[in-house]
Each structure stands twice: as C-alpha cells, then as structure tokens.
Design a binder for this molecule. Structure first.
Ligand SMILES: Cc1cc2nc3c(=O)[nH]c(=O)nc-3n(C[C@H](O)[C@H](O)[C@H](O)COP(=O)(O)OP(=O)(O)OC[C@H]3O[C@@H](n4cnc5c(N)ncnc54)[C@H](O)[C@@H]3O)c2cc1C
Length: 454
C-alpha cells in the first residue's frame, strides 16, 4: 500500500496528502466521539474538484474506503475514520461566488455555514439554514446531512436552499446537477438524492445555494413553565395558527447547565423554557409576538418576557444554542435526534423523562420544538460500565418511543454509524432495499463512507 500511496501523493499538489500520525489522530472522530474509530492511512485535503476526482479514481482502483469530512461536528459518527481508509477533508475548498441578481451563491463545500451567511450578507442577502453549530460546521457537511436548525420551523431545511450540486462519484466521475434555476423538473430529483446522503453516494465539491433577502430582526418571546407538557401543548397551538421564525425548547437540566456557564439569570426552577421569535415586519410581527406570549400565558407559563431589542433576543437564542456544550460539561453524551408529528411532542418528552427515571440517568431534552424535532441528551460516565450500558439501552429505547409515536429515528443529524443498527427497522424491508439498490448502483464497491448511513 505504501507504493500505491506514493503514487497518489505524486499525482496531487504538495501537501495535499497528510500521513503524519499526530495529524491523523485529529481526523479519527467527529463529535459523536466513537471510541471504535479507526486510524486512517492518510488524510487528503484537496482544493479542487479535479483533485477529488484523482483521489476517488485512486481509491476505487485500490479498493480503499474514503470517509468524506467537512468540519467534523457531526453527531452521528458519519465522519468516523476507518482503519486503512482515507479521510477526504474539504477544509481547503473555500471559494464562493455570489450573484445578487439571481440571488444565488456558488460555493465550495469547506466554508463554514457562518462564513457563507457573512459573505452573502454583504449583498443584503441571507442563507437561512442555521444549525446551532453554524459557526463551526461546513456547508458541505450541512448538505451531506441535510442539516436543520432554529429558523427551519418557518424557512425549511438545507435541501430547500440547494439548487444544484457538483458531486464526484466513487469512480471519480464529476457530475453537475441542477443550477441557478428556481424551477427545474428535467430528469429525476437527483440534487435531492445527494442532499442528506451522508457522503455515501458522492462527494459534494460545489453547491449552488438559493438566497433570500436579509431577514428582519424581529421580536423574541421567552417563557418559563413548571410543566414540560404544558410547554409542548403551547407549541402545538401556536404552530396551528402562525409561522414563528423560531420555536425552541429547553428542559430544566439544559436551563441549569446553560445558567451554570453563562450566568444570565435564567429561571433555574423552571421545568421548561421556550424561546420563540417572529421576524415579520411591522404590525404582523408585533401581533404574532403578542399571540405567542398570550398562548404561553394561557398554558400556564410562570414567566413571559417579550423583547423587540434584537441583541436582547439574540442573548436567549445564544443560550439555547449553547445547550449542547453546556450539558456536555456534565459528562459524555449520547446525543439523540428523534422527531415526532407535533401532536405527539408532549408524549415524547414525558416518555423520555420516564426513561431517564427508569434507568437512573440524566437525560436532558432540548428541541427545535416547532418542527417536533427533539435532542434528548443522554449523559453518562464512560468509566462506569454499568451506566454506559444503561445509557446505550436508553438511547435505543428513545428511538423506539419516537417511532411508536409515528416519529423518526433522526430529524437532522443523520444516521451515521451511531444509528445504523436502527435504520432497517425504521424504514422497513422494501424501503431499505430501495436505499441499498441506489447505493449499489452508484457505488458498487462500497468505497464511499462504508458503514455509515444506508
Ligand atoms: C454544538 C452542536 C450543535 C449542533 N446543532 C445542530 C443543529 O441545530 N442542526 C443540525 O442539523 N445539526 C446540528 N449539529 C450537528 C452538525 O453540526 C451537523 O450535522 C453539520 O451539518 C455537520 O457539518 P460538518 O461540516 O461538521 O460535517 P462532518 O461532521 O464533517 O460530516 C458530516 C457528514 O457529512 C459527510 N460529508 C461532509 N462533507 C461532505 C461533502 N463535501 N460531500 C459529501 N459528504 C460530506 C460526512 O461523511 C459525514 O457523513 C450540531 C453539532 C454540534 C457539535
């Protein structure tokens, strides 16, 4: 393999292939921190589509698996390295071109989501998808996971903003799909097939993104509840009537974990906190904000606070975004991503509470509540074998609970390696077989991200 790798090194610009063991170590895991992560043969950091093609031709010729990697913030082990494989990192693919007339951006995958937002903001434009990790995750990773986020309750998820992609297939073929056209129904919806495919079908080397005019910074409503179910019921009522631009939920564990770190005066005694917003302009925004505040009050909120000051509102949004790192300070996390139809939200959250009690575990629930997408964070101590086993049992039971309520095993983080054992059960034999047939058609030798996703 050494001489084969030397051939790849020779074909690519100097420094593209990295074999220094100290550097390889930092590419073994993503944020799922899989303890069984392998050690790659090399990390490859191309700058151009043609270089990605070279890597894939080489990998196919030598039957070497390739794990695509953006910024490694994934929470499902989709970018976990494999022993003897390549990690193909897009971190140096950072070009972007913005066309304010068609309101599109053509970007390479390695830019962070926040960098894309910042670049397009200079033209008075906005790229909506906003995972909580937007400052540290790449746009390519967002496309590969079909990332969601906080404003998705009104604006949809990543796929709704991807008009076109260039992908490199396992055999090195580069294909352009879609482009800067708002409507295009020629052929199958292959752009949609690649969005969310978790690096298993092709490597996204360029994307054409749809942009919107800059978002209005509207009003924020923050409410505390002494009952989780009451907060969830308020969500159902609100979404039945209006379209808030944010409807986020934190439970008591998350509130306290965030307050421990940020000390911003959150109500430590609350069972739940909602952070909601409207970005409508003028009277419509004020009306929606007042409506949300009144629904929270009717559902027994112990405190309701409304602000039209964008910076004050942003402080609460930042608190919600900080929930995962804050709870992570309590121990290792198994991070769930289950989603249910909205009417089942209260039942899901109270079901998770029961599982936490039953297994003697701390499980904090945060949620993009308006989407019915929750993140139960199962906290455990990896040095305690019995607790680790209970945590893994609870992790599986939470997915069973969600599926039993008509929900999904993952709403936005993807299947990765962590949730793969549950995929076939969730999809059912026919849909699983169809997924596999598509994978085999595009990647017959299983070179691209084997063991992740489908
Ligand atoms: C604190 C925190 C908060 C988060 N909040 C959210 C949230 O609100 N919403 C949400 O959706 N996610 C969230 N995430 C999860 C994560 O940030 C997203 O899944 C993100 O989209 C991953 O991007 P990445 O660049 O880090 O990708 P990576 O972790 O590097 O990779 C993710 C997957 O994409 C594949 N991949 C990466 N780049 C490419 C490419 N160019 N072509 C093909 N495949 C590729 C990888 O193989 C892997 O399967 C959060 C994570 C953290 C740590």
């Amino acid at each position: 393999m050494d001489s084969a790798l030397s051939a790849l090194i020779a074909e690519l610009p100097d420094g593209t292939v990295v074999t220094d063991p100290d550097i390889l170590g930092s590419y073994r895991q993503d944020r799922a921190a899989d303890p069984d992560a392998g050690t790659p043969l090399a990390v490859v950091r191309p700058r151009r589509t043609e270089e990605v093609q070279t890597v894939m031709r080489w990998a196919t010729a030598h039957h070497v698996p390739v794990v695509p990697r953006g910024a490694g913030t994934g929470l499902s082990g989709g970018a976990t390295a494999l022993d003897g494989g390549l990690v193909l990192s897009t971190e140096l693919m950072r070009d972007i071109a913005i066309d304010p007339v068609t309101r599109t951006a053509v970007t390479q995958p390695g830019l962070f989501n926040a960098e894309v937002k910042k670049a397009v903001a200079e033209y008075g434009l906005w790229y909506p998808p906003d995972p909580s990790s937007y400052e540290i995750c790449s746009i390519g990773g967002n496309i590969a996971t079909n990332a969601g986020g906080l404003c998705c309750v009104k604006y949809g998820v990543t796929t709704d903003y991807v008009l076109g992609v260039q992908v490199v297939l396992a055999d090195g073929t580069a294909v352009r799909l879609g482009g800067p056209r708002l409507k295009d129904v020629a052929g199958l919806s292959l752009v949609k097939l690649f969005v969310g495919s978790e690096g298993t079908l092709g490597i996204v080397t360029e994307a054409t993104l749809k942009l919107l005019p800059a978002q209005h910074r509207g009003c924020t409503v923050v409410a505390s509840f002494d009952s989780v179910a009451a907060a969830a019921d308020a969500v159902v009522e609100i979404t039945g009537r209006i379209r808030p631009s944010m409807l986020e939920f934190m439970d008591a564990v998350a509130i306290n974990a965030v307050e421990d770190k940020l000390k911003m005066g959150l109500d430590r005694n609350a069972a739940a906190m909602m952070v909601a917003a409207s970005d409508d302009r003028g009277p419509a925004g004020v009306e929606d904000t007042e409506y949300m505040a009144s629904v929270f009050t009717e559902h027994g909120a112990t405190e309701v606070f409304t602000t039209a000051d964008p910076d004050e509102g942003e402080a609460f949004v930042a608190a919600r975004r900080y929930a995962i790192p804050a709870v992570e300070a309590k121990g290792s996390l198994l991070l769930e991503d289950v989603g249910v139809p909205l009417p089942a939200l209260a039942e899901l959250v109270s079901g998770v509470e029961k599982l936490a009690e039953q297994h003697g575990l701390m499980i904090s629930v945060i949620a993009h509540a308006g989407d019915g997408n929750t993140h139960p964070l199962v906290v455990f101590d990896p040095s305690d074998a019995a607790m680790t086993e209970r945590a893994h049992t609870a992790f599986g039971e939470i997915m069973d609970l969600a599926v039993g309520l008509g929900g999904t095993i993952t709403g936005e983080h993807g299947v990765g390696r962590l949730k793969r054992p549950w995929l076939a059960g969730y999809l059912g034999p026919e849909a699983m077989e169809l997924n596999r047939r598509i994978k085999v058609a595009l990647d017959p030798d299983d070179i691209l991200n084997p063991g992740a996703g489908l």
